[in-house]
Design a protein around this ligand. Structure first.
Ligand SMILES: [Zn+2]
Ligand SMILES: [Zn+2]
Length: 303
Protein backbone atom coordinates (compact mmCIF):
# COMPACT_ATOMS: atom_id res chain seq x y z
CA UNK A 1 0.00 0.00 0.00
CA UNK A 2 0.89 3.62 -0.40
CA UNK A 3 -0.68 6.51 1.53
CA UNK A 4 -0.64 10.14 0.41
CA UNK A 5 -1.61 13.12 2.53
CA UNK A 6 -3.69 15.74 0.67
CA UNK A 7 -4.70 17.73 3.76
CA UNK A 8 -3.18 17.53 7.24
CA UNK A 9 -4.84 20.40 9.17
CA UNK A 10 -7.66 20.29 11.66
CA UNK A 11 -10.55 22.72 12.13
CA UNK A 12 -10.23 25.03 9.10
CA UNK A 13 -7.93 25.64 6.12
CA UNK A 14 -4.96 27.93 6.71
CA UNK A 15 -3.25 28.74 3.43
CA UNK A 16 -0.56 31.42 3.61
CA UNK A 17 3.07 32.21 4.17
CA UNK A 18 3.19 30.57 7.64
CA UNK A 19 2.04 27.14 6.40
CA UNK A 20 3.77 26.72 3.04
CA UNK A 21 5.81 23.65 3.99
CA UNK A 22 3.33 21.61 6.07
CA UNK A 23 0.30 22.82 4.12
CA UNK A 24 -2.99 24.50 4.98
CA UNK A 25 -5.67 22.11 3.64
CA UNK A 26 -7.87 20.07 5.97
CA UNK A 27 -8.04 16.31 6.49
CA UNK A 28 -7.80 14.01 3.47
CA UNK A 29 -5.67 10.89 2.94
CA UNK A 30 -5.48 8.64 -0.13
CA UNK A 31 -4.81 4.93 0.47
CA UNK A 32 -3.82 2.93 -2.58
CA UNK A 33 -2.98 -0.73 -3.19
CA UNK A 34 -0.15 -1.94 -5.43
CA UNK A 35 -2.84 -2.87 -7.97
CA UNK A 36 -4.06 0.75 -8.03
CA UNK A 37 -7.27 0.37 -6.00
CA UNK A 38 -7.98 3.41 -3.84
CA UNK A 39 -9.97 4.51 -0.80
CA UNK A 40 -10.12 8.12 0.34
CA UNK A 41 -10.20 8.80 4.08
CA UNK A 42 -11.95 12.04 4.98
CA UNK A 43 -13.11 14.71 2.58
CA UNK A 44 -11.57 17.91 3.92
CA UNK A 45 -10.40 20.66 1.59
CA UNK A 46 -7.36 18.58 0.60
CA UNK A 47 -9.79 16.40 -1.36
CA UNK A 48 -10.01 19.03 -4.12
CA UNK A 49 -6.42 18.47 -5.30
CA UNK A 50 -6.79 14.70 -4.98
CA UNK A 51 -9.94 14.92 -7.12
CA UNK A 52 -8.07 16.82 -9.80
CA UNK A 53 -5.43 14.08 -9.91
CA UNK A 54 -8.03 11.29 -10.02
CA UNK A 55 -10.00 13.08 -12.76
CA UNK A 56 -6.83 13.33 -14.85
CA UNK A 57 -6.20 9.62 -14.31
CA UNK A 58 -9.82 8.84 -15.27
CA UNK A 59 -9.35 10.84 -18.48
CA UNK A 60 -13.05 11.67 -18.71
CA UNK A 61 -14.18 8.09 -18.06
CA UNK A 62 -16.55 7.29 -15.16
CA UNK A 63 -15.19 5.34 -12.22
CA UNK A 64 -16.18 4.38 -8.67
CA UNK A 65 -14.71 6.08 -5.60
CA UNK A 66 -14.97 5.09 -1.93
CA UNK A 67 -14.83 7.77 0.76
CA UNK A 68 -14.50 6.81 4.44
CA UNK A 69 -15.54 9.68 6.72
CA UNK A 70 -14.37 9.84 10.32
CA UNK A 71 -17.26 12.19 11.14
CA UNK A 72 -19.01 15.11 9.50
CA UNK A 73 -17.39 18.14 11.12
CA UNK A 74 -16.66 20.73 8.42
CA UNK A 75 -12.91 20.09 8.23
CA UNK A 76 -13.70 16.49 7.19
CA UNK A 77 -16.35 17.10 4.49
CA UNK A 78 -15.81 20.51 2.90
CA UNK A 79 -13.81 19.15 -0.04
CA UNK A 80 -16.56 16.80 -1.22
CA UNK A 81 -18.51 19.37 -3.33
CA UNK A 82 -15.22 20.29 -5.07
CA UNK A 83 -14.21 16.70 -5.91
CA UNK A 84 -13.98 16.94 -9.70
CA UNK A 85 -14.71 13.26 -10.56
CA UNK A 86 -18.22 13.94 -9.17
CA UNK A 87 -18.84 15.96 -12.32
CA UNK A 88 -18.03 13.09 -14.71
CA UNK A 89 -21.36 11.47 -15.71
CA UNK A 90 -21.60 7.81 -14.74
CA UNK A 91 -19.25 8.17 -11.78
CA UNK A 92 -20.31 6.48 -8.55
CA UNK A 93 -19.23 7.77 -5.14
CA UNK A 94 -19.80 5.56 -2.10
CA UNK A 95 -19.59 7.41 1.22
CA UNK A 96 -19.18 5.57 4.55
CA UNK A 97 -19.71 7.24 7.93
CA UNK A 98 -20.83 6.82 11.50
CA UNK A 99 -24.18 8.54 11.97
CA UNK A 100 -27.27 8.07 14.03
CA UNK A 101 -30.50 7.16 12.27
CA UNK A 102 -31.87 10.65 12.95
CA UNK A 103 -28.94 12.20 11.16
CA UNK A 104 -29.03 10.56 7.75
CA UNK A 105 -25.80 10.95 5.83
CA UNK A 106 -27.47 11.99 2.59
CA UNK A 107 -29.22 14.80 4.52
CA UNK A 108 -25.88 16.01 5.87
CA UNK A 109 -24.06 15.89 2.55
CA UNK A 110 -27.15 17.13 0.72
CA UNK A 111 -27.38 19.90 3.33
CA UNK A 112 -23.97 21.39 2.52
CA UNK A 113 -24.89 21.56 -1.16
CA UNK A 114 -28.34 23.16 -0.61
CA UNK A 115 -28.88 26.03 -3.01
CA UNK A 116 -28.25 28.66 -0.32
CA UNK A 117 -24.72 27.32 0.15
CA UNK A 118 -23.64 25.90 -3.18
CA UNK A 119 -24.66 26.42 -6.83
CA UNK A 120 -25.35 22.76 -7.56
CA UNK A 121 -27.54 20.63 -5.27
CA UNK A 122 -26.44 17.05 -4.61
CA UNK A 123 -29.25 15.57 -6.74
CA UNK A 124 -28.05 17.60 -9.76
CA UNK A 125 -24.42 16.43 -9.49
CA UNK A 126 -23.71 14.02 -12.40
CA UNK A 127 -22.16 11.34 -10.14
CA UNK A 128 -24.45 8.94 -8.29
CA UNK A 129 -23.88 8.89 -4.53
CA UNK A 130 -24.63 6.03 -2.18
CA UNK A 131 -24.33 6.28 1.59
CA UNK A 132 -23.38 3.59 4.07
CA UNK A 133 -23.60 3.76 7.85
CA UNK A 134 -20.63 2.11 9.54
CA UNK A 135 -20.63 0.55 12.98
CA UNK A 136 -17.55 0.32 15.21
CA UNK A 137 -16.26 -3.24 15.33
CA UNK A 138 -18.28 -4.38 12.29
CA UNK A 139 -15.75 -4.97 9.52
CA UNK A 140 -16.51 -4.54 5.84
CA UNK A 141 -14.76 -5.06 2.54
CA UNK A 142 -14.23 -2.57 -0.27
CA UNK A 143 -12.50 -4.24 -3.23
CA UNK A 144 -9.12 -5.42 -1.96
CA UNK A 145 -9.42 -3.47 1.32
CA UNK A 146 -10.54 -4.99 4.61
CA UNK A 147 -11.83 -2.15 6.80
CA UNK A 148 -12.43 -2.09 10.55
CA UNK A 149 -14.23 0.96 12.02
CA UNK A 150 -13.07 1.94 15.53
CA UNK A 151 -15.11 4.12 17.95
CA UNK A 152 -13.32 7.31 19.05
CA UNK A 153 -13.88 9.91 21.76
CA UNK A 154 -15.02 13.12 20.07
CA UNK A 155 -18.01 15.45 20.50
CA UNK A 156 -20.98 13.61 18.96
CA UNK A 157 -18.73 10.71 18.03
CA UNK A 158 -16.09 9.92 15.44
CA UNK A 159 -14.80 6.71 13.95
CA UNK A 160 -11.27 5.64 13.09
CA UNK A 161 -10.43 3.04 10.45
CA UNK A 162 -7.98 0.18 10.36
CA UNK A 163 -7.36 -0.63 6.69
CA UNK A 164 -5.74 -3.92 5.70
CA UNK A 165 -4.61 -4.63 2.14
CA UNK A 166 -1.58 -6.00 0.28
CA UNK A 167 -0.62 -7.98 3.43
CA UNK A 168 -0.12 -4.87 5.56
CA UNK A 169 -2.21 -2.33 7.45
CA UNK A 170 -2.60 1.34 8.21
CA UNK A 171 -4.87 2.95 10.81
CA UNK A 172 -6.47 6.38 10.67
CA UNK A 173 -7.31 7.68 14.14
CA UNK A 174 -8.99 11.11 13.90
CA UNK A 175 -10.62 12.93 15.54
CA UNK A 176 -10.20 11.80 19.11
CA UNK A 177 -9.53 13.03 22.61
CA UNK A 178 -7.81 10.75 25.11
CA UNK A 179 -10.11 8.47 27.06
CA UNK A 180 -10.21 9.99 30.51
CA UNK A 181 -12.11 13.29 30.47
CA UNK A 182 -14.49 13.72 27.61
CA UNK A 183 -17.55 11.74 26.68
CA UNK A 184 -17.90 11.02 22.99
CA UNK A 185 -21.57 12.05 23.04
CA UNK A 186 -20.89 15.22 24.98
CA UNK A 187 -21.63 18.60 23.47
CA UNK A 188 -18.63 20.82 22.81
CA UNK A 189 -20.01 23.69 24.93
CA UNK A 190 -20.77 21.43 27.86
CA UNK A 191 -17.07 21.13 28.64
CA UNK A 192 -15.54 18.28 30.58
CA UNK A 193 -17.77 17.00 33.34
CA UNK A 194 -17.07 14.54 36.13
CA UNK A 195 -17.58 11.08 34.69
CA UNK A 196 -20.10 8.66 36.13
CA UNK A 197 -18.96 5.10 36.80
CA UNK A 198 -20.83 3.99 33.64
CA UNK A 199 -19.13 6.69 31.55
CA UNK A 200 -15.74 5.62 32.84
CA UNK A 201 -16.47 2.00 31.95
CA UNK A 202 -17.56 3.06 28.43
CA UNK A 203 -14.46 5.17 27.86
CA UNK A 204 -12.14 2.45 29.14
CA UNK A 205 -13.81 -0.06 26.82
CA UNK A 206 -13.38 2.37 23.91
CA UNK A 207 -9.69 2.81 24.69
CA UNK A 208 -9.14 -0.96 25.07
CA UNK A 209 -10.84 -1.61 21.73
CA UNK A 210 -8.67 1.02 20.02
CA UNK A 211 -5.46 -0.49 21.40
CA UNK A 212 -6.60 -3.99 20.39
CA UNK A 213 -7.42 -2.86 16.83
CA UNK A 214 -4.05 -1.11 16.46
CA UNK A 215 -2.08 -4.27 17.34
CA UNK A 216 -0.02 -5.38 14.38
CA UNK A 217 -0.70 -2.22 12.39
CA UNK A 218 2.28 -1.01 10.36
CA UNK A 219 1.57 2.75 10.48
CA UNK A 220 -0.86 4.74 12.63
CA UNK A 221 -2.05 8.21 11.57
CA UNK A 222 -3.25 9.94 14.76
CA UNK A 223 -5.02 13.20 15.67
CA UNK A 224 -2.25 15.11 17.47
CA UNK A 225 -3.83 18.54 17.19
CA UNK A 226 -2.62 19.86 20.53
CA UNK A 227 0.62 20.44 22.33
CA UNK A 228 0.35 19.44 26.00
CA UNK A 229 -0.28 22.98 27.35
CA UNK A 230 -2.96 23.59 24.69
CA UNK A 231 -4.68 20.35 25.58
CA UNK A 232 -4.89 21.38 29.23
CA UNK A 233 -6.77 24.54 28.21
CA UNK A 234 -9.16 22.85 25.77
CA UNK A 235 -9.63 19.21 26.80
CA UNK A 236 -13.28 19.28 25.66
CA UNK A 237 -12.39 20.14 22.01
CA UNK A 238 -11.95 16.42 21.36
CA UNK A 239 -8.31 16.18 20.24
CA UNK A 240 -5.10 14.57 21.49
CA UNK A 241 -1.42 15.41 21.92
CA UNK A 242 1.52 13.51 20.40
CA UNK A 243 2.39 12.25 23.90
CA UNK A 244 -1.08 10.70 24.26
CA UNK A 245 -0.76 9.12 20.81
CA UNK A 246 2.65 7.69 21.73
CA UNK A 247 1.21 6.01 24.86
CA UNK A 248 -1.54 4.33 22.80
CA UNK A 249 0.92 3.26 20.07
CA UNK A 250 3.40 1.91 22.62
CA UNK A 251 0.69 -0.18 24.28
CA UNK A 252 -0.38 -1.52 20.88
CA UNK A 253 3.20 -2.30 19.79
CA UNK A 254 2.97 0.02 16.78
CA UNK A 255 6.28 0.76 15.06
CA UNK A 256 5.39 3.95 13.17
CA UNK A 257 3.22 6.93 14.19
CA UNK A 258 2.31 9.80 11.88
CA UNK A 259 1.30 13.08 13.57
CA UNK A 260 -1.78 14.50 11.84
CA UNK A 261 -4.69 16.99 12.07
CA UNK A 262 -2.32 19.80 13.05
CA UNK A 263 -3.76 22.82 14.86
CA UNK A 264 -4.41 25.59 12.32
CA UNK A 265 -2.43 28.09 14.39
CA UNK A 266 0.81 26.08 14.28
CA UNK A 267 3.27 27.69 11.86
CA UNK A 268 5.89 25.81 9.84
CA UNK A 269 8.52 26.79 12.44
CA UNK A 270 6.38 25.43 15.29
CA UNK A 271 5.72 22.25 13.30
CA UNK A 272 9.48 21.80 12.78
CA UNK A 273 9.88 21.90 16.56
CA UNK A 274 7.03 19.43 17.09
CA UNK A 275 8.54 17.11 14.47
CA UNK A 276 12.01 17.18 16.05
CA UNK A 277 10.74 16.84 19.63
CA UNK A 278 8.57 13.81 18.92
CA UNK A 279 11.00 12.15 16.53
CA UNK A 280 13.37 12.00 19.54
CA UNK A 281 10.66 11.00 22.06
CA UNK A 282 9.48 8.22 19.76
CA UNK A 283 13.00 6.96 19.05
CA UNK A 284 13.56 6.60 22.81
CA UNK A 285 10.74 4.01 22.97
CA UNK A 286 11.30 2.38 19.58
CA UNK A 287 8.58 4.20 17.61
CA UNK A 288 9.38 6.04 14.40
CA UNK A 289 7.45 9.34 14.56
CA UNK A 290 6.82 11.20 11.32
CA UNK A 291 5.02 14.52 11.03
CA UNK A 292 2.63 14.64 8.09
CA UNK A 293 2.74 17.42 5.54
CA UNK A 294 0.67 18.06 2.43
CA UNK A 295 1.95 15.92 -0.41
CA UNK A 296 3.75 13.42 1.85
CA UNK A 297 3.57 9.90 0.44
CA UNK A 298 4.53 6.80 2.42
CA UNK A 299 4.86 3.13 1.53
CA UNK A 300 3.09 0.86 4.05
CA UNK A 301 4.40 -2.56 4.91
CA UNK A 302 7.62 -4.43 4.26
CA UNK A 303 10.07 -2.47 2.18
ZN1 LIG B 1 -11.24 17.62 12.65
ZN1 LIG C 1 -14.07 16.91 14.66
Amino acid sequence: MQITFWGVRGSYPVPGAATVRYGGQTSCVEVRTAAGECVIVDAGTGMRQLGNKLAREANGQPSQYHVLLSHVHWDHIQGLPFFSPAYIPGTRISVYALLTAADELNQVIGGITRHEFFPMPLEAVPAAFDFHQVEPGVDFVVGGFHITPIALNHPFGSVGYRIDADGSSVAYVADTAPFDKVLHKQHFLAGPEPLSADDQVALTAMRDALVARLRGVDTVIYDTHFLPDEYERFPHYGHSTPDQALVICQEAGVRRLVLYHHAPGHSDEQMDQVAATYLAKGAAIGIEVLTSFEGMSLPIGAG
